[in-house]
Structures are given as C-alpha cells and as structure tokens.
Design a protein around this ligand. Structure first.
Ligand code: PLP
Length: 388
C-alpha cells in the first residue's frame, strides 16, 4: 500500500491540549472510573426553548436550501442592529458576514488580510486556535504577554516591543479565554491607538461579550471611535448556549466583509441554513436566558474564589467568560504533567496552561461551565494535590 503523504500544513498546525485532556478523560470513563469535568469550555445550559421552536417551525415549513455566502439577509440585519445598539457604531448589513461559528470568522478574517510571512500578534495566554488559524493563513505568530500579576491585563510596553515592519494583525480577546479577564475601556483604547499608529488590523474576538460580571463592563474594540481596520468577531455559541449550531459573525468594513464572504465559497458555501434561522430567533427573541446564564457564571466565579480562598492558587479573580486560572507552580510539574496527575490521582479534568502559551506554563484552566458541586469538589481535590 502506498504511503499517505499529507501536505505540510497539517503537521504545522498547533493542536489544542484541551482536546487531548478530553480524550484522556473519556478513556478513563470508558474504564468505569468517574471524572469531574472542569476542562470543557462550553455552556452547560441547553439552548433556550424559543430558539429550538423557531428552528422546528422553519423545518416544518420547508426550509430553503443554500443561503448567500454571507448568510441570510435578515440575520445579517439582526447582527447589524445589535452591533449598532451595543457599540454605538452605525453598521449596515454590508459590514456583516455570518460564519460557521466565531472560529470560522477568525480564520476568514486572517485569510482575508494576511500575506505569507506577515506577523500576527496573539495574546499569551490565548485561545490555542489563534495559533493554528494564523499558521493556516501563512502568517507567523508573535505572542504578546498578558500580565497575571495585574489580572492578565495587557502589558502595553511588551506589546509595543513586539511590533515590527512585518506586523499585520493584532488579535484581542476580551472577555478572555483562558483568563476570564475583561479589559477596561482605557486598556482597549491604548491598544487601538498603538495599532493605529502602526497601521495594524485589530481582530477583536468578543465571543464572550455578554458574559461579564462582578461590576466589570465589556469594552468593545469596535466603536464609533475605532478605525476601519478593526474587525469584530462574535457569535451565538456562548451568549445563547448554541455551540453545536455553529453560528458566528464577522463585522468589518464592507470591503473586508465581502472578502471574507468570498472566502466562504470554496469552504462551506454558507453556514447551515437551519442554524442561521435559529440564530436570528436568538438575536430577535427574549434575552432573559442570556442574563440567567451570565448570573450563573458570575456566581460560580465567586464560588471558585471562595473555595480557593487562602490557598494562593487563584491567579486572578475572573470578571468574564467562564474560566479561572490556577497557579500550580508549587507542584514542581509543568502543566501537562500536572493535568495528567490530576486526572489519574484525583479524577479531575482541567486544561493545561501550556496549551495557551508560555506565560501560563505553570497554570491550569478550570472551566466554570460546570455544576456548583463539580466546581466545589474539583477545586477541593486540586487544592489537596497542591499542599501549601
Ligand atoms: N473565541 C474564543 C476565545 C473561544 O473560546 C471560542 C470557543 O471556545 C471561540 C472563539 C469559538 O466559538 P464558536 O463556537 O463560535 O466557534
């Protein structure tokens, strides 16, 4: 049999360490051993009933087939109205491209603006997909540090020092995965000014924009004051517990949104029609479920902080998204080894910090998209593994 030779880009991809833990946890469960799951970053709530009803009704009425590449016009309008309302920047439908999850919006944006060898500044720690999406677009990742001592705020001087003549895109993520940090309006404004000064695109991943608590406020990078080079990415997954529906969006200058829509054609033609109908129902329907979920994540962030009080393990109190970072330095292990031990010895699955970047090499990420009992018991067992 002839050997299967794959293109180099497959091997060049940075694979997420979170999936590796999920696989190990599943293996353990198959062997009949229980696992407390604190590794998975997806809402533990069901998609609200009115959204499911809208999708069912559409199917019963005979769903239309393909949609335009950029999505159903009425959904694009709903996104444009939302962004206009929330961000105070009037946006027309031409600025909106609906995508198969925010993950595709990020990839399309990079494919639309990155030339081979261009540098993309990515947060460290940051979501692992930023690295693979940059690589796939032919770009070179340049991590910039978030400062754990200052609640994972951006270190502006360190960021400025990493900008070069090849820099093309600056990626921002607030509320942040894995940090739970929410950047202040002043921090965002400073980053935008720096990007403007160097003619960079700002790719702002605001997929957790609705999940902010504890007195913090989300500051979008896409406002009336920001330049045409700011690209906003968000989606339905986190706000509406719709991860499996795979709907996200990109909002940008109309020429850029059109470029992204053109790139959809050879990949998926369009996002799934039924999911687009459901996402429109989510955006136009009652919003109380969003508030209920936000409050639950906020309460769990408080619970996690209370469980870890006095242990010195919590790196920074989360103000958004549904994650908390724990400092495991005193285990003497790197984060991957610690994660394996936590699973084997304590039956707790968490994500290794190293998968998010060098800054978090001695951290693990705990997901708060889990029940109170799982958080309480999981954190107790992790703390027991790390005697003070
Ligand atoms: N951006 C961040 C920071 C995420 O954590 C995730 C999902 O975990 C995404 C984007 C992708 O979300 P979606 O389900 O819309 O593709």
């Amino acid at each position: 049999m002839s050997e299967t030779v794959l293109a180099a880009r497959v091997g060049a991809l940075h694979r997420s360490g979170i999936r590796a833990v999920m696989a190990l946890a599943a293996q353990r469960e198959r062997a009949g051993k229980p696992v407390i799951h604190l590794e998975v970053g997806q809402p533990d709530f069901p998609t609200p009933a009115h959204i499911l009803d809208a999708a069912c009704r559409a199917m019963q009425n005979g769903l239309p087939g393909y949609t335009p590449n950029a999505g159903i016009t009425s959904l694009r309008e709903a996104v444009a109205e939302r962004v206009t309302r929330l961000n105070g920047r009037p946006v027309s439908v031409d600025s909106v491209c609906i995508t198969s999850g925010a993950v595709a919006a990020l990839q399309l944006a990079l494919l639309a603006v990155v030339e081979p060898g261009d540098e993309v500044l990515i947060p460290d720690p940051g979501w692992p997909n930023y690295r693979s999406a940059t690589t796939l677009a032919g770009g070179v990742c340049v991590p910039y540090p978030l400062n754990p001592v200052r609640g994972f705020a951006i270190d502006l001087d360190a960021l400025a020092a990493r900008i070069s003549a090849r820099s093309r895109v600056l990626m921002l993520n607030s509320p942040g995965n894995p940090t739970g940090a929410v950047f202040t309006a002043e921090q965002v404004a400073s980053v935008l000014a720096l990007a403007e000064q160097h003619g960079l695109y700002v790719l702002s991943d605001e997929v957790y924009e609705d999940l902010v608590f504890g007195g913090a406020r989300h500051a979008s990078a896409f406002t009336a004051a920001s330049s045409d080079r700011v690209i906003l990415v968000s989606g339905a997954s986190k706000s509406y517990a719709m991860t499996g529906w795979r709907i996200g969006w990109l909002v940008a200058h109309p020429a850029l949104a059109a470029g992204a829509a053109a790139l959809v054609e050879p990949q998926t033609s369009c996002p799934a029609t039924i999911a687009q109908v459901a996402a429109e129902a989510a955006l136009r329907g009652p919003q109380d479920a969003v508030g209920t979920m936000r409050d639950a994540y906020g309460r769990r962030a408080q619970l996690a902080a209370a469980c870890l009080e006095g242990t010195g393990l919590l790196v920074a109190r989360p103000s958004g998204a549904f994650y908390a970072m724990l400092d495991i330095a005193r285990s003497g292990l790197d984060s991957s080894m610690f994660v394996q031990r936590a699973l084997e010895i304590s039956g707790v699955a968490v994500a290794p910090g190293s998968t998010f970047g060098a800054v978090a090499a001695k951290n693990v990420r705990v997901s708060l998209a889990s029940s109170d009992d799982a958080i309480r018991e999981g954190l107790r067992r992790l703390a027991d593994l790390l005697p003070g």
